[in-house]
Design a protein around this ligand. Sequence first.
Ligand code: NAP
Ligand code: MG
Length: 402
Amino acid sequence: MDKIIMKTPLVEMDGDEMTRILWQMIKEELLLPYIDLKTEYYDLGLEHRNETDDQVTIDAAEANKKYGVAVKCATITPNAARMSEYNLKEMYKSPNGTIRAILDGTVFRAPIIVKGIEPCVRNWKKPITLARHAYGDIYKNTELYIDRPGKAYLLFEGEDGTEKKALIHDYKDCGVLMGMHNMDASIKSFARSCFNYGLDTHQSVWFGAKDTISKTYDGRFKEVFQTIFDEEFKEKYDAAGLTYFFSLIDDIVARVMKAEGGFIWACKNYDGDVMSDMVSSAFGSLAMMTSVLVSPDGKYEYEAAHGTVQRHYYKHLAGEETSTNSVATIFAWTGALRKRGELDELPELVSFADKLEKATVETIESGKMTKDLALITSIENPTVLNSREFILAIRENLDRML
Ligand code: NAP
Ligand code: MG
């Protein structure tokens, strides 16, 4: 078989620890034998981020903007322990945060469904894709502890000298106080990313907020979504047989529990934080969650939702065998290759991505899997494979399909 030729390079963002090891294995065993792989490589491993004062992360994000499609390995977000472990010049920000800010993107998380790893919610048959608005609200709040009686106000001072003032509470005793904000521009970007991704993946969009209680704040979210939908997307959604549905967040939660899946659930920042953990654990395993960052103008960055699997990496360094699940990282590659194939009109590349996903799913469904899945599967007597054996088992299936 001739190798599949690519037109435009993928932006490849390498990462850290165990996922960096898997990254190399996936490329060697599952990609390079079949594709004339074109990538523009950025090493986001912590050592190289430190050498470049994190410039490499910014360069990678700019390349993502230029070429449109990136695939990213999990990376360490430095904390105090990492400062000494890697002898860092600075406590660099999370690469994901930096890239998200540059692309102004929204993160969509979706589970990979396989038979034998059943969701806790019986009626969930298709993935639920969760979209979290990643700006503002309580994540950029200002809080005070009030330790004496007195009045708290919201005060806005316009640059033109005008003022808006509202009483929040007349404290008779101690209590707590919080101010938070969001911006139309950010809500609009979020709405556009959601609607574009819905069209792209052929899924309807559900959005819930508490606009009955928060008439101005959450009401604004509802208004912005509806206006953008009506003005920019309604026709395309009608043509595709898709819908946009807004309801009170309580109602949405109740409907999600009764639904089959197969839609995008757009959430405000806090709802998305909490609900994405609920949805991903109900679907079975963090190692089976994919994640894609989508900008409002249609740039994509694919990755696994999990981290660098540090504990397994230390075992690997100590020469011990690991059984680390590479599925979400493989799906990051297939997602990116498929998207590149669609944009460059390369049906062979799209078809390769489909087959590699199918080979991966079928490997698990045939009872061959890594330890994390063996612990939760309903398949009897699964074969537990180590990190490399699992990838080789997928390759065997893939060879049979090609
Ligand atoms: P983690 O890497 O997601 O791993 C947490 C635990 O979940 C692992 O110890 C492992 O459990 C299990 N797990 C996760 N992925 C797995 C896989 N593919 N196969 C098998 N088991 C898997 O989270 P962490 O250990 O809290 O964080 C490690 C580093 O990742 C941190 O430096 C953090 O900053 C970074 N991180 C990066 C991203 C990203 O780049 N998107 C996201 C999250 C965290 P057992 O140990 O019980 O086997
Ligand atoms: Mg959370």
